[in-house]
Design a protein. Structure first.
Length: 242
């Protein structure tokens, strides 16, 4: 079933099985990009799924152009729906691509963002069980860091979000440095999640109303909205061309 989430004027189409955290911890990119980079020209969202991070950066006027890519054709379908629904054809390009393999080299980016699969899988079989979660032998990260330089503008930055319980920066340091890149900063964003979508506000739509029927659910629902959980499990790696 299709779902929709609104970031300012952009309504993002998605399906629950395509959601890999971009609605929740992925929204940390908004304050982080605002603080560290301000407004930039062209953003690329790697392993974008439905593009929650990229579209919310665009909707918050933090970039002018957006490129998104994912290996899953279902994700590309919803990405294209979001593009046409919101009339974003002149600003957003979507590619079906295994890592960066199918991206034309004419693409040049100021900032690359993303929350790629963050759990190390032993092999391809394990990866295929959940492609939103597993990175087989870190091959996704290895291919990304091997190829990203040719798409980065000389002053461009890479900002990937990783999971503290699954990896540390040491897992990626080698692949970053071996490919002519350098780590600028590794940091966590530990403020409450920014629920910056209209659908995440406390409103009285039909879903909210159903929740009101059960007092325990109402309590949990309001508590989550008033005291949003602080996601301490994620960190960012900021890298640039060395
Ligand atoms: C953690 S999810 C993040 C999705 C989205 N950014 C979000 O937050 O909802 C990881 C994404 O990586 C994609 N993916 C997995 N393997 C890939 C590959 N080899 N190349 C490109 N994308 C890949 C998956 O399809 C999935 O959409």
């Amino acid at each position: 079933m299709k779902k929709y989430i609104k970031y300012n004027d952009i309504e993002v189409v998605y399906k629950e099985n395509l959601h890999g955290g971009g609605i929740r911890f992925g929204q940390q990119f908004i304050p982080v990009v605002k603080e560290k980079f301000g407004h930039i020209d062209h953003v690329f969202e790697f392993c974008s799924g439905p593009g929650f991070i990229g579209f919310s950066l665009l909707a918050n006027n933090l970039c002018d152009k957006l490129t998104v890519a994912d290996i899953n054709p279902e994700a590309i379908k919803v990405l294209n729906e979001t593009i046409s629904k919101n009339g974003l054809e002149s600003k957003v390009a979507a590619y079906l691509s295994d890592c960066l393999d199918a991206i034309p080299e004419t693409e040049k980016w100021d900032l690359v963002v993303g929350n790629p699969p963050h759990v190390l899988a032993k092999n391809e079989e394990e990866y295929k069980k959940d492609i939103t979660l597993y990175d087989p032998q870190f091959n996704i990260h290895k291919k990304f860091y091997r190829d990203i330089r040719k798409f980065l503008k000389p002053t461009g930055s890479i900002l990937l979000q990783e999971h503290t319980e699954s990896t540390s920066v040491d897992d990626f340091k080698g692949m970053i440095e071996q490919n002519g890149l350098k780590i600028i900063d590794v940091f966590a964003y530990n403020s409450p999640v920014i629920f910056n979508s209209k659908k995440n506000g406390v409103g009285f739509n039909s879903t909210t109303f159903k929740k009101l029927i059960n007092p325990i659910k109402v309590y949990k629902f309001l508590k989550r909205r008033i005291f949003p959980p602080i996601p301490r499990n994620y960190y960012f790696i900021h890298a640039k061309i060395a």
